[in-house]
Design a protein around this ligand. Structure first.
Ligand SMILES: [Zn+2]
Length: 219
């Protein structure tokens, strides 16, 4: 374990919770940051708070409600349906969201003296978010370092993992059941197994089924 400090961009979902455990294994000091942009379900903030508390992690909640002002969409507005259409960005898309989140996370990291930034973005389940691409994260890393004259390192442990492999990582970290039972991924605000119907639930469940089938085949 490195005697260094990391900030995890944390939403209380499967991916960022797995990243939180990953960071806790790597770094002596870990803090989490959650962005409040009037998510469809304020429950997301509560879930993140609860997990951070249970894991003894210092938790920062930053107000990002201006994002909703700029980009009203299905994640922040109850009156817009969540839909995904072939070849189009899903209606959950907020342009530049990851750019904004990572930049604010870096400012926070500067304030609290953290060198490492950890985010659960991933290209594999790429739903078309350009600022979740590896090349973008690397480019932003350079820009952030130049902007603050720092040597931050942005880590993306899930960048090349599919959902099944993300479950596998949680298992390797000894946290499969915890992630399964305590995280919120569902667009309809149902913790753990979720509603089973929304795109996020389907992706999560398919990944888990795949990983469990693989694990069963190895025994
Ligand atoms: Zn759901």
């Amino acid at each position: 374990m490195k005697k260094e400090k990391a900030i995890v961009v944390f939403s209380g979902g499967q991916d960022s919770t797995t990243c939180l455990f990953w960071a806790m294994q790597q770094y002596e000091e870990v803090e989490a940051v959650t962005f409040n942009y009037n998510q469809r379900h304020s429950l997301e903030i509560e879930v993140a708070e609860q997990i951070a508390k249970e894991q003894g992690i210092k938790h920062h909640v930053l107000d990002m409600s201006l994002l909703n002002q700029l980009a009203p969409n299905a994640l922040t507005r109850d009156d817009i349906e969540i839909e995904e259409q072939e070849g189009e960005l899903p209606s959950t898309f907020v342009p530049g969201r990851n750019l904004v989140f990572l930049s604010f996370a870096a400012i926070l990291a500067h304030q609290v003296g953290a060198k490492h930034l950890v985010t659960g973005v991933c290209e594999t389940d790429f739903s078309g978010y350009p600022d979740c691409r590896d090349v973008f994260v690397k480019s932003l890393n350079v820009s952030l370092n130049l902007s603050m004259d720092k040597d931050f390192v942005i880590h993306t442990p899930l960048m090349w993992l599919d959902k099944a492999e993300t479950w596998e990582l949680a298992d390797q970290l000894g946290q499969l059941d915890y992630v399964k039972e305590n995280t919120l991924t569902c667009y309809n605000g149902v913790i753990a197994e979720g509603c089973g119907e929304c795109p996020a639930c389907k992706l999560r469940q398919n990944g888990l089924d795949q990983y469990e089938a693989k694990k069963a085949a190895q025994v």
